[in-house]
Design a protein around this ligand. Structure first.
Ligand code: UDP
Length: 326
């Protein structure tokens, strides 16, 4: 298969590119390197430095490369930034994606879209299934949900086959392949905790220690990035078999508290990690855990790398290997 991966220089996208290549597919990466890293793009892929919002350029790329399937990862993903500077998100995630879809719809290609658990907002109950009301609490979630709504309508009207995959907390790495998480500035828990283990940060601030959870810290469903990549491929195969379009949660179905993540990082690294209690972070729900049965029923996918220690171990291997990080 010949696949286009937008955002293939980013964290999840770069692991997707590698998974596709390992399975013998031809991969074209379209990325503007605004937040991604050129050195994360596998040398076997064809790399195009460009903007997904330029419909005519995307259309000729799809034609010239004879693309058969599209994985759309390119997006801005920082919740706090989306609150401070929402137009970056409405332009970059929504307007640019709608322009991108013009070309994809015309080419009648199946599309796998990177969505997020942020479409649910603060959940009424956990685990969260896909029918749970969608009430995003930040512009990041708003833009992802708006694209999902467009996909639903386009799918019905123009026979566009699509899946929106709602990630819970993407984590882990494929350190052997030289791939891992590198956000600047870093806001995600596991890289922050590992930086503290390395002494690159003095401590980890735990955002809220009085939540109604087992130890008072927030619960999240951490899913290995290689499980995410495999899910994208399974979703595409489902569409290519004529399976139904729709939205699917991608998580493990198990939650871990922030303090459990820190304990796992101490076990894996063999180092003590200084922790300080901090205020709750605005917009954080106490608990986010996926109900995962829909993806399993539809395309036989289930997360395989579910041990928290293993996920943290892979992220640690990447931290140790990648000396370029701050
Ligand atoms: N978190 C924390 N300290 C940090 C970063 C994150 O306590 O320095 C908590 C955050 O409140 C959330 C969990 O860790 O409960 C995961 O946060 P992250 O930003 O990695 O992902 P999110 O769940 O926001 O998508």
């Amino acid at each position: 298969m010949r696949a286009l991966v937008t955002g293939g220089a980013g964290f999840v996208g770069s692991h997707m590119v590698r998974t596709l290549l390992e399975q013998g597919h031809h991969v074209v990466v379209l990325d503007d390197l605004s937040t991604g890293h050129a050195d994360a793009v596998d040398a076997r892929a064809t790399f195009v430095n460009g903007d997904v919002g330029r419909t005519a350029e995307v259309a000729s790329l799809l034609r010239e490369e004879r693309v058969e399937a599209v994985f759309h990862f390119a997006a801005k993903i920082r919740v706090e930034e989306s609150v401070v500077d929402p137009r970056l998100y409405f332009q970059g995630n929504l307007v640019a994606t709608l322009a991108f879809l013009e070309a994809v719809v015309d080419a009648r290609l199946p599309l796998i879209f990177s969505s997020t658990a942020a479409v649910y907002g603060v959940p009424d109950e956990v685990p969260i299934d896909e029918e749970h009301p969608k009430r995003p609490v930040n512009p990041y979630g708003d833009t992802k949900l708006a694209v999902e709504r467009a996909l639903e309508a386009y799918g019905r009207a123009y026979e566009l086959p699509w899946c929106a995959l709602r990630y819970f907390n993407a984590a882990g790495a494929d350190a052997e392949a030289g791939l891992g998480e590198r956000h600047e500035p870093e806001s995600h828990l596991i890289p922050i905790v590992l930086d503290a283990a390395l002494g690159r940060r003095p401590s980890v601030s735990v955002f809220g220690t009085d939540w109604p959870t087992s130890d008072g810290s927030c619960v999240r469903d951490y899913i290995h990035v290689l499980d995410l990549a495999e899910a994208h491929l399974a979703a595409l195969e489902h569409l290519r078999r004529g399976g139904k379009s729709g939205a699917f949660n991608l998580g493990t179905g198990r939650g871990h508290t922030v303090l459990e993540v820190i304990a796992a990082a101490e076990r894996v690294s063999g180092r003590r990690i200084p922790v300080v209690s901090a205020d709750r972070r605005a917009g954080d729900p106490a608990e986010l855990v996926a109900k995962v049965e829909r993806a399993e029923k539809a395309f036989g996918w289930r997360a395989r790398r579910t041990s928290l220690d293993d996920i943290v171990r892979d992220a640690w291997a990447w931290k140790l290997r990648d000396g370029r990080q701050s």
